[in-house]
Design a protein around this ligand. Sequence first.
Ligand code: NAD
Length: 338
Amino acid sequence: MSKVKVGINGYGTIGKRVASAVSKQGDMEVAGVTKTRPTFEARAAVERGFGLYVPEGSLKAFGDAGIPVRGTIKELYGASDIIVDCTPGDVGEAYKAEYEAAGKKAVFQGGEAHSLTGISFNSTANYSESWGAQFSRVVSCNTTGLLRTLAPIDRAVKIKGVYATLIRRGADPGNSKGGPINGLEPSVKLPTHHGPDVKSVMPWLNINTMAVKASTTIMHLHTVAAELERESKTSEILDVMRASPRVMLVDSGSGVKGTPEVMELAKDLGRDRSDMYEVAVWEDGVRVVGNMLYYYQAVHQEADVVPENIDCIRSMCKLEEDAGASVSKTNKALGIKK
Ligand code: NAD
């Protein structure tokens, strides 16, 4: 069977990683990537061997900069079976009509509204809901992290309610414009949009969230309190987490005191771009008291949605019916243990 051709529209934080991850799979290949301006990133994409597609109005600018271009963004649609839209939040919406007119499938990201696609995706929670779909949306990094742990816990021990606080990175490391630089900034529109985003995949879950922006670039940290339908034990929840895909238990006793050590671990594991694809849960920070569960988890915002994009492509293009089999293939290609 020939490989599925994946076009990546928007070659930024997420697009670069999706392109790299697609190029490592056996059943799909990169048809091309897009850039709007002739930046160092555009030049590097060409040097990595990715065909570059640009807006028609930018062809001259790329020519003047001496960056070879394969065609226009619209021409990328013709060269692709599916587009992964990694443009900034709310930009993807404008592209949907173009993908539709070209008769192409498209995966959108968490910066778009659930209503754009009517289906939101997470490999652990609802792989099969995107089966054969023309459009789907991989939920945001925070939502992906929450679903990775909450979906398996809810399956094992039903959850009555979740109260989570998201301590969010101020900006991505490659972005010098974010903030706060020295402070903590509460999200005052409460409860925050993260709870409804989790519900776009698990509509039955009673979840409420708050969020605080922090002066860090490397990871988000979640504090989660969940009321369970019945009494449980710490050991029972840890067993569920140990069995859950893309959940990595870390231990403060072994030196993983916070997010810097989680990022150091990703480097030590030899990950592409030092990415931590898994959600990291502190094993010694998981605690059940009666029917209340408490835990902390860290999310590498640049990375955790990347394997989900690969699985979403497989579900939409009907490449692999079984969620577990797709997760295994993606994990093997990206060096994720489980
Ligand atoms: P980014 O700004 O790093 O990258 C976006 C890319 O799209 C840039 O290369 C930009 O030049 C390009 N672009 C801008 N306008 C364009 C247009 N009209 N046509 C084509 N390309 C255009 O953004 P990102 O962080 O990679 O976010 C992409 C999506 O992924 C958003 O929906 C975001 O919410 C979501 N997401 C981001 C993160 C994160 O932490 N960075 C995590 C998960 C999901």
